[in-house]
Design a protein around this ligand. Structure first.
Ligand code: BES
Ligand code: ZN
Ligand code: ZN
Length: 486
């Protein structure tokens, strides 16, 4: 311990405490200064160290700090990066609620390596403090405190991790902002506007828009088919390029950007239909990842494609029974116009292939079935290249964004046979809905290494806890950033 905790000059001192019968050394030091308040609490059954519990103690009569926050960490052997990420989210919000201006976190009691600790703490602080406050007549936003950290060992490494964690957290919050935007605000046109603002020349990312006319010329009829139900809002295939390595082929990130999914003619029930403003969460994750790329400047060429359109039921909309031809020449019979995500992605993936991408990762709120399979605790990953899937799985253990692999057996394509065309867009059975969605996409990637992330299950959270905030989740950003950095 470099400095006596008693004399740390801050408004709130944050201490971590594992479940134990005794007070920790740090708590003991404070206890002495506080004339036995902490040991008294402990004796009465408080200060158990239970994970997630935060005791707030008024400490002015004893410490230099006005508040002492004792943060329960649970059992030492189950303490992970995910634990500290969640704790940091809770601490971040509690400090804001207490109107704290300055907080000092004493981290020497935590055993994780300093760099990854710094990253997790920053991610938790930034993500946990997120609020969506742009659409109220009066802002309810409260100021966040400035945080400082007391860490004796390898403080430089901690700072390095912390700086990266802040970029990651900011990017997640960008994705949340985009997905939380009401769909009368976030249209394809608006997305293009945001991209042009976010990626000036100096960012190293170029912005290119394939509008309806260009898309037509490229043969993107699956994408345009979805868009034709919404004559009011023109679609946009938004293409971002980051190419620091001259003459090298890129990897591609492809996002589903359905800015509102009514289901089209196969219209959805009205219950929770408003949540379908978040059906562009895949595109939001890709855009936010590119903002992180512009800041982190990885040495990798990246092609980012966002297929942006509404799915609406105008008189000109796609109809069940229609047959359309995709950019790669394959024909699709529309069975259900609510299976629109795979249509827009099919052309986006075919476009990425035409641009010589060496690897493809698509990310999409593709199927309700994903929630049936995994609940709201994990996203699904499927792909044609086990090495790539394994990389994503491995990264996900570090990022804390859970992925679970589902199979892509060839037999799933038997469910997609059409009487008249190369395939149908939605199987008539409800079996293996996430897998049939993915096997459809597989028809459009040729033999390029490809993985598909179905994030429908994780798009939205109904409660705030840890670094998770009620509303659109910003899911996918952390895994995509880890991928572009790996
Ligand atoms: N956007 C939905 C999937 C979705 C559902 C995302 C719930 C987030 C939360 C997608 O376009 C859709 O409607 N999929 C259909 C596919 C079916 C018709 C084959 C579905 O899941 O019911
Ligand atoms: Zn749909
Ligand atoms: Zn959709």
């Amino acid at each position: 311990m470099s400095k006596s905790l008693v004399s740390v000059s801050t408004q709130a001192l944050v201490l971590f405490y594992f479940e134990d019968k005794k007070l920790s050394k740090s708590l003991e030091e404070c206890d002495k200064a506080l004339k036995g308040i902490l040991s008294g609490l402990k004796k009465d059954g408080g200060l158990e160290g239970k994970e997630g519990r935060i005791d707030v103690i008024h400490s002015k009569n004893g410490l230099k700090a006005s508040y002492l926050l004792v943060v329960g960490c649970g059992k030492k052997d189950s303490f992970t990066h995910e634990t500290i990420r969640n704790l940091s989210g809770n601490i971040s919000r509690r400090l804001i609620d207490l109107h704290i201006k300055t907080a000092s976190w004493h981290l020497d009691d935590l055993t994780l390596d300093p760099e990854s600790l710094g990253k997790a703490v920053a991610e938790g602080i930034v993500m946990g403090a997120y609020t969506c406050d742009d659409y109220r007549s009066k802002s309810e936003k409260k100021a966040a405190p400035s945080h400082s950290f007391l860490i004796t060992k390898e403080a430089k490494k901690f700072e390095k991790g912390y700086a990266l964690g802040q970029v990651v957290g900011d990017s997640v919050n960008v994705a949340r902002d985009l997905a939380n935007m009401p769909c009368n605000f976030f249209t394809p046109t608006k997305a293009v506007e945001i991209a042009k603002k976010s990626f000036p020349k100096s960012s190293g990312v170029t912005v290119e828009v394939i509008d309806a006319k260009k898309a037509k010329a490229l043969g993107m009829n699956l994408f345009l088919g979805v868009a034709q139900g919404s004559p009011e809002q023109p679609p946009a295939m938004l293409v971002l390029r980051y190419e620091p390595l001259k003459g090298k082929k890129p990897v591609a990130l492809v996002g589903k950007g359905v800015t509102f999914d009514s289901g089209g003619i196969s219209i959805k029930p009205s219950l929770k239909m408003s949540e379908m403003k978040g059906d562009m969460s895949g595109a939001a994750a890709v855009m936010a990842t590119m903002m992180a790329v512009a800041r982190l400047k990885p040495k990798k060429n990246i092609l980012a494609i966002m297929a942006l359109t509404e799915n609406m039921p105008s008189g000109g909309a796609l109809k069940p029974g229609d047959v359309i031809t995709g950019m790669n020449g394959k024909t699709v019979e529309i069975i259900n116009t609510d299976a629109e995500g795979r249509l827009v992605l099919a052309d986006a993936l075919a476009y990425a292939v035409s641009q010589n991408a060496t690897q493809l990762i698509d990310i999409a709120t593709l199927t309700g079935a994903c929630s049936i399979a995994l609940g709201d605790v994990a996203s699904a990953v499927l792909g044609n290249d086990q090495k790539l899937v394994d990389l994503l799985l491995k990264n996900s253990h570090e990022t804390g964004e859970r992925l679970w692999q589902l199979p892509l057996y060839d037999e799933y394509f038997d469910y997609m046979k059409s009487e008249v065309a190369d395939m149908i867009n939605a199987s008539e059975t409800r079996l293996a809905g996430t897998c049939t969605g993915a096997i459809f996409l597989k028809q459009f990637v040729k033999d390029t290494s490809w993985a598909h992330l179905d994030i429908a299950s994780m798009m939205h959270f109904s409660k705030t806890s840890g670094y998770t905030v009620k509303g659109m989740s910003g899911v996918g950003v952390r895994n995509l950033i880890a991928y572009v950095l790996s």
